[in-house]
Write a protein that binds this ligand. Structure first.
Ligand code: NAD
Ligand code: WQD
Length: 339
């Protein structure tokens, strides 16, 4: 059972490779290392005892992508993580984002068609819902106009996939992630943002370890219980396990339609201050933070209705916010002790 994991040395990809290998899948990773390090392969091997096959190239390269698939036509499925994901950067460099995220997807779809590989799992995002009118947000909620070119690449990608399915043998599952945080319990893999982190939890752990002076909390005047914005944080290992379930669903022909969408969230919304309090509790230390003004483009609150995923996939996120923060902190300390 051979699976291609694109972006497999990245944050979510690496955790998914571990879960796939632990469930007996053979994994081939393609990554151009634009936002990850090749040493992640060693870490995956340390955790699982198996070294995934790795090829380094850019999936925007049509010829290389086609060549890869012609050499791996025995693939049972593809999990496509590879993409650029920094919302702010996408506003500065929209064409870089459109090219990377859309051309790589189109190349993969073409290659899957020509090499007769059937099953695609695609990394989508809760960003497609914008600020939902109804909370919790279910998969039936309308797609809102994207706030950023990054968000737009996820909306367009879902459309490209759906259009392609209409005229081919392909099947696809789009997984809409809410806010993945945390790290593998081994602390051998985790989130490794380049430069100053944009996301909340890496900023918290980098502040706690002394790399950043202070966390800025973006706004305390939202219409939420404590005034700070609310999100559905999900442990990256819970998220990774959902990918294994999705791949099995496709291979075992359990899909109800050739295109399915699932929310991957816990169903719980936590405010920024609640995340900080949980971190302070598990780390046993106070965090230096100050309230500043809102960040442009942020929605007020969003959390998932995961009931469709829970019922259809038989999957449910297990880990608590404290466990997410504890694992993120363990990873930050382990990584910094070696770098
Ligand atoms: P990441 O940056 O850690 O991993 C992405 C990997 O893809 C990196 O290793 C990068 O080097 C690689 N890559 C990028 N473009 C490539 C290309 N053209 N060719 C080959 N490799 C390429 O990001 P992540 O957090 O693991 O996210 C994985 C996926 O999940 C992305 O599609 C992202 O948009 C999506 N997603 C992430 C989040 C989140 O908060 N982390 C939330 C929702 C959706
Ligand atoms: C969470 C909360 C911030 C940093 C992003 C993308 C989304 C998806 C997940 C890919 C917000 C607040 C943050 C800080 C803060 N990614 N915050 N100080 O914005 O919910 O979602 O990642 O698809 O598309 O937009 O995640 O971690 O950046 O922020 O107060 O230094 O923390 O305002 O309320 P976000 P985040």
């Amino acid at each position: 059972m051979k699976i291609l994991v694109t972006g497999g040395t990245g944050y979510i990809g690496s955790h998914t490779v571990v879960e796939l290998q632990q469930q007996g899948f053979e994994v081939v990773i393609v990554d151009n290392l634009s936002n990850s390090q090749v040493s992640v392969i060693d870490s995956i091997e340390k955790i699982t005892g198996k070294r995934p096959h790795f090829e380094e190239f850019d999936l925007v390269d049509y010829v290389k992508t086609l060549d890869f698939f012609s050499r791996h036509s025995d693939l049972k499925g593809v999990i496509h993580f590879a993409a650029f994901k920094a919302v702010g950067e996408s506003v500065e460099k929209p064409l870089v984002y459109y090219r990377n995220n859309l051309v790589s997807l189109m190349n993969i779809l073409e290659a899957m068609i020509s090499s007769k590989v059937e099953n695609l799992v695609f990394s989508s995002s809760c960003t497609v819902y914008g600020q939902p009118d109804v909370l919790p947000v279910s998969e039936k909620a309308p797609i809102k106009k994207a706030e950023s070119p990054y968000g737009n690449t996820k909306q367009i990608s879902e459309e490209i996939i759906q259009d392609t399915l209409k005229s081919s043998h392909l099947k696809a599952i789009a997984l809409r992630y809410f806010n993945p945080i945390g790290a593998h319990e081994s602390a051998l893999i985790g989130e490794l943002p380049l430069g100053v982190p944009n996301n909340l939890v890496p900023f918290i752990t980098q502040t706690a370890i002394g790399l950043r002076k202070q966390l800025s909390v973006f706004g305390d005047d939202y219409n939420t219980p404590d005034g700070t914005a609310v999100r559905d944080y999900i442990h990256v290992v819970d998220l990774a396990q959902a990918h294994v379930v999705a791949v099995k669903r496709m291979i075992e022909a359990k899909m109800k339609h050739n295109f399915e969408i699932f929310n991957l969230g816990t169903g719980n919304g936590y405010s920024v201050l609640e995340v900080i309090k949980s971190f302070e509790k598990v780390a046993g230390m106070p965090l230096n933070y100050q309230i500043v003004s809102r960040r442009a483009g942020d929605v007020e609150q969003v959390w998932a209705d995961p009931s469709w995923s829970n019922n259809e996939l038989g999957w449910k996120a297990q880990k608590s916010l404290d466990e997410m923060n504890a694992s993120a902190w363990k990873w930050e300390k382990a990584y910094r002790s070696q770098h």
